[in-house]
Design a protein around this ligand. Structure first.
Ligand code: SF4
Length: 340
């Protein structure tokens, strides 16, 4: 697993007025990296590539440093009450990534420098809902671990939530860069969920992310550091031999996770896609081995009347039964937060 090193870094002029913007600029100034200033992190030009494959590849090597202006938090069910972003986009190249259709033709990676303002807004939201506990998801538009070595923003957020008795943070990641987070005073108010899949799925479809072993090792370190821990097994695929694949995943997990965290949880999400996502995936990964055959799937209407293709009843039920059985066998004390 290689740490993210962009080919080019674009700075919003406004971002350079913040200490984090300056810190990132200093970091890259001595390196062989193209540096430019831009007007807005929402309108970025100058990323090479006309063809979808090339523009995707180049965008994934482009870092944009900006100021997050909209501080209105969206709801985030079923994972949390609200979501907030320290970054948007991710250097990973997962073929099925749900962000494929969200970030335009050039899905460059954005990091935000006004972390204090974002966390102030989080605090206001927590206070407005007292005495309820408010939970925030920090990974719904990005993988914050992938850029943490450049920003340190997740560490700041974890420490902040440690001071908020009525706030909780949830983070999902496919990256294993957890070392700088292990010593933080998190007060068990941040829950990490490592996103896992079978070794075959990770190898074939989750490019530029941490390997299966690296993620399991990271989970062990987070657990030892006292963080609440869970796993998101997603997307679940019913491919030939998937039963053995998922059984192997759980046996490896059980072998390596010592001690088993007391509050271990699983979130289980089956694969689904929209026609638009399929078109984008086929443009960016023309030879993809992903199963995107809508004739074998069940149509369901999602938000805004969008059709999503879910597994048919037989595959869906078989995946559900298998995963529930594996969790009962290997981690009988764990909770299953949802299967969808
Ligand atoms: Fe998308 Fe997550 Fe993969 Fe990044 S790591 S490409 S956010 S699925």
């Amino acid at each position: 697993m290689k740490i993210f090193q962009p080919k080019r870094v674009f700075f919003e002029e406004e971002a350079l007025k913040y200490p984090l913007g300056e810190k990132i600029l200093n970091h890259f100034q001595s390196q062989d990296v193209e540096i430019r200033t831009i007007g807005s992190h929402n309108r970025v030009t100058g990323i090479p590539g006309d063809k979808p494959q090339q523009s995707y590849r180049e965008a994934k090597q482009t870092l944009v440093v900006g100021v997050k202006r909209s501080l209105k938090f969206d709801t985030c069910k079923p994972s949390a009450d609200f979501e907030f972003s320290l970054s948007t986009g991710c250097p990973g190249g997962c073929e099925y990534c749900y962000l494929q259709t969200h970030l335009g033709r050039k899905p460059y990676i954005r990091v935000y420098v006004n972390v204090d303002e974002i966390l102030e807004k989080v605090e206001d939201t927590i206070n407005a809902r007292l005495p309820e506990t408010t939970t925030f998801e920090a990974a719904s538009t990005s993988d914050p671990l992938a850029v943490e070595h450049l920003t340190g923003s997740l560490a700041k957020a974890i420490t902040f939530f440690g001071t908020q008795p009525a706030g909780k943070l949830r983070v999902v990641t496919k990256f294993a860069f957890v070392e700088p987070l292990l010593h933080l005073d998190h007060k068990r108010r941040t829950k990490f969920r490592l996103s896992l899949n079978t070794e075959e799925i990770i190898r074939r479809f989750e490019h530029n992310t941490s390997s299966f072993e690296e993620r399991i090792m990271a989970a062990g370190k987070l657990s030892k550091a006292g963080y609440p821990l869970g796993f998101i097994i997603a997307p679940l695929f019913a491919y030939p031999g998937y039963q053995e694949g998922y059984d192997h995943l759980f046996s490896k997990l059980a072998e390596n996770l010592h001690p088993i965290p007391p509050d271990l949880s699983f979130e289980l999400i089956t694969h689904r896609f929209t026609q638009r996502a399929k078109n984008v995936i086929l443009e960016r990964f023309p030879g993809t081995g992903l199963d995107l055959d809508e004739t074998k799937r069940r149509r369901k209407y999602g938000q805004y009347g969008l059709v999503k293709y879910f597994y048919n009843e037989t595959d869906y039920s078989a995946l559900k039964e298998l995963l529930f059985n594996l969790i009962r066998t290997y981690f009988p004390q764990a909770s299953i937060e949802y299967f969808t």
